[in-house]
Design a protein around this ligand. Structure first.
Ligand code: XMP
Length: 321
C-alpha cells in the first residue's frame, strides 16, 4: 500500500543504500521541495548532511531570513549560507532569453555548490548532491519518454555535463501534494510544508528583459505587497501561487498628482492548480485586486500600472519565462 509513511520508509532506505557512509550537500531554496528533500536525507544520514543556502540575489523579500531562522529552528540541520549575489548578477548581465537565463542560473547554482564542497573538504568528502526534483519537473524538462522540452527547470535541464556530484533525488516520483504530506510526516511545520511554490531561478525569470539589481528591487517591493495583501485576505491556501512579473522593457505613460509618469507595468498571475501541470487563472475578489493595485502604484515609484493575467495553463505556462 502506497501510504505516506511507506514513501518515507522506502526513500529513507534508498538514501541510506545510495549514500552509505558518505556525506551529502543539499541546496535549500526556501521552497517546499528542497526543504522536504533535505529533511528526508537528514532522517537517513543525520548530520552527515549539510545544507547550503545560496543567496543568488533573485530571492523575494524575507526569504533568506526564513531559511536561516525558521528552517534551522525546525530541523536543527547544519546550514551554510553563501552570498553569491554579485556572481549571479554578473553572469546574467545582458541576458534576456528565458532558456539562457535558466541555464545560466542552473550552472551557477552547481558551481556555487562545488565551491561550497571545496570549502567543506576539511570536514570530509561531500560527494552527494541532494535535489528536490519533482515528477512534473522531470516531465516538463523532457525527462519522460516522448515528452517535449517545455522549459528547462533549473534542477533538471540546466545541469552542466561535467557535474562533480552524484545526485540524490528522493522526490523524483512524487507530485507536490505528496511532497507536502511527506513533509508533514517528517514533522516539518505548516509554514514550511504549505508554502506556495516558488521557482528555483527565482525573480530572475519574473523580470521580462535583462535582470539587474535595480529591477530586482522594484519587483521585490511589488511582490511583497501582493503577498501581504493575499495573505491578509486569507487567500494563501486557496490559490496555488501568484507570480508577480515585471515587464522591465515596457513603459507606459501615467499620471500621479500633477505629474506625468513613465513607468513599468507589473503583471499579477494568480493561479489555481492541483499539480502545476495544468492551471486555471484565479478569480480574485475585486477588492483584493484593488488594494494590491493601489498599494503597488503608490508605494513602488517605478511601477505605474498593474495588469491581471487571465490565461489558463495551457496555453500559458504559470511563469512567464
Ligand atoms: P510553469 O511555468 O512551467 O511552472 O507552468 C510550473 C511550476 O513550476 C514552477 N517552476 C519551477 N520550479 N525550478 C523550480 O523548482 C524551475 O526552474 C521552475 N520553473 C517553474 C512554477 O513556479 C510553477 O509552480
Amino acid at each position: 500500500q502506497w501510504t505516506t509513511s511507506s514513501i518515507v520508509d522506502e526513500q529513507v532506505a534508498r538514501i541510506k543504500a545510495q549514500v552509505g557512509d558518505g556525506k551529502a550537500i543539499c541546496g535549500l531554496s526556501g521552497g517546499v521541495d528542497s526543504a522536504v528533500a533535505a529533511a528526508l536525507v537528514q532522517r537517513a544520514i543525520g548530520d552527515r548532511l549539510t545544507c547550503v543556502f545560496v543567496d543568488h540575489g533573485l530571492l523575494r523579500a524575507g526569504e533568506r531570513a526564513q531559511v536561516e531562522r525558521d528552517y534551522v529552528a525546525a530541523t536543527g540541520v547544519n546550514l551554510v549560507t553563501v552570498d553569491a549575489r554579485e556572481r549571479f548578477l554578473d553572469a546574467l548581465a545582458g541576458v534576456t532569453d528565458p532558456e539562457q537565463k535558466r541555464k545560466i542560473i542552473g550552472r551557477e547554482f552547481i558551481r556555487v555548490f562545488e565551491q561550497a564542497e571545496r570549502d567543506l573538504k576539511a570536514e570530509g568528502d561531500y560527494s552527494f548532491l541532494v535535489q528536490g526534483t519533482l515528477y512534473p519537473d522531470v516531465v516538463e524538462s523532457g525527462g519522460g519518454a516522448g515528452t517535449a522540452n517545455i522549459k528547462s527547470h533549473h534542477n533538471v535541464g540546466g545541469l552542466p555535463d561535467d557535474l562533480q556530484f552524484t545526485l540524490v533525488e528522493p522526490l523524483r516520483a512524487l507530485f507536490k501534494d505528496e511532497v507536502r504530506r511527506v513533509g508533514t510526516e517528517l514533522g516539518l511545520p505548516e509554514t514550511i510544508v504549505q508554502r506556495q511554490p516558488f521557482p528555483g531561478p527565482g525573480l530572475g525569470i519574473r523580470i521580462i528583459g535583462e535582470v539587474t539589481a535595480e529591477r530586482l528591487d522594484i519587483l521585490r517591493k511589488a511582490d511583497a505587497i501582493a503577498r501581504e495583501e493575499l495573505t491578509s485576505a486569507g487567500l494563501d491556501r486557496s490559490i496555488w501561487q501568484c507570480p508577480v512579473v515585471l515587464l522591465a522593457d515596457v513603459r507606459s505613460v501615467g499620471v500621479q498628482g500633477d505629474g506625468r509618469t513613465y513607468g513599468h507595468p507589473v503583471v499579477l498571475r494568480p493561479v489555481s492548480s492541483e499539480d502545476a501541470m495544468t492551471a486555471d487563472w484565479t478569480r480574485l475578489p475585486y477588492d483584493v485586486l484593488e488594494r494590491i493595485s493601489t498599494r503597488i502604484t503608490n508605494e513602488v515609484n517605478e511601477v505605474n500600472r498593474v495588469v491581471l493575467d487571465v490565461t489558463s495553463k495551457p496555453p500559458g505556462t504559470i511563469e512567464w519565462e
